[in-house]
Structures are given as structure tokens and as C-alpha cells.
Design a protein around this ligand. Structure first.
Ligand SMILES: NC(=O)c1ccc[n+]([C@@H]2O[C@H](COP(=O)([O-])OP(=O)(O)OC[C@H]3O[C@@H](n4cnc5c(N)ncnc54)[C@H](O)[C@@H]3O)[C@@H](O)[C@H]2O)c1
Ligand SMILES: [Zn+2]
Length: 329
């Protein structure tokens, strides 16, 4: 079982009891908390820990934690003895609906996030929403941002249900949170199944809101904003551009913004010079020359990609892409 100290302290004993109760021998390996653990050194430490624990092809790696633990230990599982069985027990809302679905596992390199990794599907993902009680509300909201994203791109009815329940999802009312997690996982899985190795581009709609989010994360050096928060800002921005390009009906972005704001998520574009946004957009992995395939909304529940130039994504004329946000030259 791979975990981080804080999560193991709260939830480790219960997992150990449950596994040992099933007749399994358990070894625990802890990695330091935070994105910075997704590196080669921690990966090598996991391989060594697996050796020390006597892991063989009958062993399974169980990730107990958020997306960081899942990505790192999943990559260790994918590579140790050319692949050990992998089980995810996600403990953040983001990991439940996003990181544990799709089989992508990775570490970061100094040059960028998730640059070394593999596709390694888990044998099992065990989602227990009681684990979320100890998760700070800000982290819950960050996961909710990705849930709203799946609704916005794929399912207007789900979006409406979220409009009727967002506060209850955030406060973990089982009748609200369980169906939300279930539907978000199903939508992500549906895209993944059609494009498991990310070759045909069908998985790209899941990137809704992410072009600007990645630019923001670059600008902020991955501090200040959680990923889900950057994605909330990016979704509202992308919805406003969709309206601006005449692709989505007026009011689409406002509706999305209202829902995200009720989750306590930021929606306004931080005030960087337009030039800084353009520079940050240009490092996007999805870039093709001076174009990006940008995910737009056609309406709530329906998305598509359109090739846009950087100038079209950030037109000079749009001073106010998001309420309260603007850019200066
Ligand atoms: N593989 C994928 O498809 C995929 C998809 C999305 C994100 N990711 C990756 O996931 C990572 C982000 O995941 P995350 O948001 O879960 O971050 P995280 O794993 O860093 O967890 C966030 C924080 O919450 C704490 N925490 C976790 N569970 C808790 C609990 N139950 N109670 C209290 N505290 C708890 C963690 O210790 C950490 O401090 C990034 O590295 C990202 O690249 C991967
Ligand atoms: Zn994301």
C-alpha cells in the first residue's frame, strides 16, 4: 500500500484491517505529500521498497491517496517486474472522478508535468465517499470543478441535477455525491474507451477549460491555484469564447459561472498582461504551429473542438473575458 503520511494516519488502519482480514499480507510505503513527490527519486524508492517487501508477480500495488499517490505508485506498478496489478483507493474527489479513471500514470520531469509515464489500467478502483470527510472543502470544490466539466461537455440533464444539488455534493450528502461521482466517472470512462491511448483525439473534449488552465498554472508556477480552480476559470473563459465566436447561445457562460461559483470556485481571469497569457498558451502540448485545437461549448451538455489561432483564443478586443477579469496590454 502506497500512501502519504496524513492520509495513512487517518485511513491506513482501516485499509490494513480490511486487507489483512481478507488474508493478504500488507506492507506500507509512505511518500512525502505533494506534487513534488511525482519524481524519479520517489519512483526508485518505491521500486526498492517493493523489493524489500518481497513483492512478486502475485503482489498488487494499492494506492491510498489523491492523484499524486495514484500517478506515482501506478507508474511504479506499471514498471516493476514489467507490471504488477494495480488497485486505486482514491481519497480526493479529484482522484475519484478523474485521476483514477483512464489508466494514465506518470511522474513529472523538471521540464514539465507528466512527461514520463505509462498506460496501466487498475484492476479495481474502490471509491468510499466517507474518506472525503477529512478532505478540506477547498479540495472538494477542486474535484467538483472536473465533475461540472463532464456535465458541461456531455450531459445537460446531469448539469441540471448539479444545479439542484451542488452544495449538497460539496457537503457530502450521499444522495447527492454518489450519483455525481458515478455519472462523472461514467462520462470520463466513455471518452477513454473510445480513445484509450489518446491517439484519435476523442479524449480531447475532456480538456474543456484546460487550455487556459494550463496557461494559468504556467503563469502562476503551479502555486496559488489548485488545478481544479484553474480549470474552473478556464471553463468560464472557454464558454465565453464559445459565445464570442457565435458557437454557443448567449447565457451559456453565465450559467456555467453561476454553478462553479456556488461551489466556491474562482471564475475570474487573474489580471496578467495579455502578452503573458499568449506566451503561456504557446507552450501548450496540444499546439500545432500557431493553432490549438480549442474545446468550445455548443451549448450546456455539448462540446466540440475547433482549431483556433492564439489571437483568436485571446482576441485583443475582448477586454473582459470573465466578470471581474480583464487583461492589459
Ligand atoms: N492520471 C490521470 O488521468 C490524472 C487526472 C487528473 C489529475 N491527475 C494528477 O493528480 C494529481 C492531483 O491529484 P489531487 O488533487 O488528488 O492531489 P493530491 O494527491 O496532492 O491531494 C491533494 C491534497 O489532499 C490531501 N488528501 C488526500 N486525501 C485526503 C483525505 N481523504 N483527507 C484529507 N486530506 C487528503 C493530500 O495529502 C494532498 O495534500 C496531479 O498530480 C495530477 O497530475 C492525474
Ligand atoms: Zn483536469
Amino acid at each position: 500500500v502506497v500512501s502519504v503520511p496524513g492520509v495513512w494516519r487517518r485511513h491506513g488502519a482501516r485499509l490494513r484491517r480490511s486487507l489483512e482480514g481478507a488474508g493478504l499480507r500488507v506492507s506500507r510505503v509512505l511518500v512525502p505529500d505533494g506534487e513534488r513527490s511525482k519524481n524519479v527519486r520517489e519512483l526508485a524508492k518505491l521500486w526498492n521498497a517493493f523489493l524489500a517487501a518481497g513483492a512478486d508477480r502475485q503482489s498488487a500495488v494499492v494506492a491510498l491517496g489523491g492523484g499524486v499517490v495514484g500517478d506515482l505508485s501506478g507508474f511504479a506498478a506499471a514498471t516493476f517486474l514489467r507490471g504488477l496489478a494495480f488497485v486505486q483507493v482514491p481519497t480526493t474527489l479529484l482522484a475519484m472522478v478523474d485521476a483514477s479513471v483512464g489508466g494514465k500514470v506518470a511522474i513529472d520531469l523538471p521540464q514539465g508535468k507528466n512527461l514520463a509515464g505509462a498506460f496501466h489500467q487498475p484492476r479495481l478502483v474502490w471509491i468510499d465517499t466517507e474518506l472525503l470527510r477529512s478532505l478540506p472543502v477547498r479540495q472538494r470544490a477542486a474535484g467538483l470543478s472536473e465533475i461540472v466539466k463532464t456535465a458541461a461537455i456531455r450531459d445537460a440533464g446531469f448539469f441540471e441535477r448539479l444545479e439542484g444539488s451542488v452544495e449538497r455534493v460539496l457537503h457530502l450528502d450521499p444522495e447527492a455525491v454518489l450519483p455525481a461521482i458515478e455519472r462523472a466517472c461514467a462520462i470520463k470512462a466513455e471518452f477513454v474507451v473510445r480513445d484509450e491511448r489518446e491517439t484519435s483525439g476523442e479524449r480531447m473534449l475532456l480538456n474543456f477549460g484546460h487550455t487556459l488552465a494550463h496557461a494559468l498554472e504556467t503563469l502562476l508556477g503551479y502555486r496559488r491555484l489548485l488545478h481544479g480552480e484553474a480549470v474552473a476559470i478556464g471553463q468560464v473563459f472557454a464558454a465565453r469564447r464559445s459565445e464570442g465566436l457565435g458557437l454557443a447561445p448567449a447565457g451559456t457562460a453565465d450559467r456555467l459561472e453561476r454553478l462553479l461559483a456556488r461551489a466556491g470556485l474562482p471564475t475570474a481571469l487573474p489580471d496578467f498582461p495579455r502578452r503573458a497569457y499568449l506566451d503561456a498558451l504557446r507552450v501548450d502540448k496540444k499546439r500545432r504551429g500557431d493553432h490549438l485545437r480549442f474545446v468550445v461549448l455548443r451549448e450546456i451538455g455539448r462540446a466540440e473542438t475547433v482549431p483556433l489561432t492564439f489571437e483568436e483564443i485571446l482576441p485583443r478586443a475582448v477586454r473582459r473575458a470573465s466578470r471581474g477579469g480583464r487583461w492589459s496590454e
